[in-house]
Design a protein around this ligand. Structure first.
Ligand code: UDP
Length: 381
């Protein structure tokens, strides 16, 4: 008798995680050994944040399940509880062999809790990174619940081992979205036409809340907006994610609406976003893209505030406090940045590596009972 296809569930809650896992999802969907299930929730289903479910659907996956996990206040702890409830009922119906989660948001945390409490293997992509805001705690919590770790590099592996994770459970596959940068086929003209953008020169703005600085987010976003207005440049402004404090940012962007030098968008389609990014004068804000895609593409960045604290920097990125004068000064310096100093990122064929491990059965040999690997310090020997 033929062995049944193994069922693999991916959860996606935002454009940010989807761009990082979709190449892996295609590998699973295209294989006759596995069956892909996609649980779509979070910002994807919110029209306010651009209904990015459309991006997921355009990929043509057969089994897509939609679940609204928020109410009108987008409260993060309540959304976490709701997602656990919905995802738990979903897995009891599907009975997956493996759950794949990415990153550091409440949706992957909900899926990792559900998987680990039901003895279902959980694989976590991009654990072992360090950053600011609540993301850092969420990411490490997900790693502690996951059984399998698919990490960017050797440094991430060391950080997970410091958290007590077993070396056998950590697989270096690289960052899955980076391979997509080479494959993007949309031209700048197409992207500009699609979004009706007529700037010749422009920069991209992506600023998210720092949940642990909630009380200061109104001032930070107003400072950013004031500097952008004073700079005299053209900007494509992309809405933040729905983390605590996002309204401060979207409210301050209202001052830009209708101004000729600014175009506001809830979210851009990934390939179009990459085409616009490749041709941007610079990118400003606190998106992970400032430290990942932008340096790789040779686009300078200005990192505002603390959200990416702890992540490896790049010579092509200026880091400033979220104060108007500092931001404006950095914008004035941007032409001096040596783009050749951009961080060189080695692009691994992540989806291929992921699929090889999947097919070899390596993931399925990992036990659901985890063992904490204690580091033995010299003085205790
Ligand atoms: N992205 C996209 N369209 C957009 C903005 C972002 O496709 O309009 C993708 C892009 O790959 C980017 C990633 O989402 O690198 C993450 O961006 P974001 O700033 O939303 O999230 P972060 O990773 O900083 O949490």
């Amino acid at each position: 008798m033929l062995s049944p296809k193994k069922k693999i569930v991916f959860i996606t809650g935002t454009r940010a995680d989807f761009s990082k896992i979709k190449s892996l999802m295609h590998k699973v969907e295209d294989s006759s050994d596995f069956e892909l299930f996609v649980f779509v929730t979070g910002m994807h289903l919110s029209s306010y944040f651009g209904s990015t479910i459309g991006e997921v659907e355009k990929n043509g996956f057969r089994n897509i399940f939609k679940f609204i996990n928020y109410d009108k206040y987008y409260q993060m702890d309540k959304a976490l509880a709701t997602t656990i409830d919905g995802f738990s009922r979903f897995v009891s119906e599907v009975e997956p062999d493996l759950i794949v989660v990415h990153g550091d948001r409440i949706e992957p945390l909900a899926a990792a809790i559900t998987g680990s409490l039901n003895n279902i293997l959980v694989a976590h992509i991009e654990g072992g990174e360090i950053s600011g805001t609540i993301d850092d705690s969420l990411r490490h919590a997900i790693s502690k619940l996951a059984h399998i770790h698919l990490v960017n590099d050797e440094n991430a592996k060391k950080i997970l081992m410091q958290l007590g994770e077993s070396e056998d459970s950590i697989f270096v596959i690289g960052s899955p979205d980076m391979e997509l940068l080479e494959q993007s086929t949309i031209s700048l003209d197409e992207a500009k036409r699609y979004y009706d953008i007529d700037f010749e020169h422009y920069a991209i703005v992506m600023f998210h809340p720092v949940t642990t600085e909630f009380m200061d987010m109104k001032a930070q976003s107003e400072n950013l907006v004031s500097a952008l207005k004073s700079s005299g440049k053209n900007y494509i402004v992309i809405y933040p994610n729905n983390d605590l404090g996002f309204e401060f940012i979207t409210q301050s962007y209202e001052a830009l609406r209708g101004l000729a030098r600014f175009r506001l968008f809830p979210s851009l389609r990934f390939e179009y976003f990459i085409a616009l990014l490749k041709n941007a004068e610079f990118v400003i804000g606190n998106s992970s893209c400032i430290l990942k895609e932008a340096p790789y593409l040779g686009i300078p960045g200005i990192l505002v505030g603390s959200r990416q604290n702890g992540r490896a920097g790049s010579q092509s990125v200026l880091k400033v406090e979220a104060q108007s004068s500092a931001i404006l000064e950095a914008i004035g310096q941007i032409h001096k940045i040596d783009k050749t100093g951009a961080k060189h990122t080695e692009i691994l064929n992540s989806s291929e590596r992921f699929f090889e491990y999947l097919q070899s059965g390596a993931f399925f040999e990992i036990p659901t009972q985890k063992v904490f690997k204690q580091i033995v310090y010299k003085e205790n020997l």
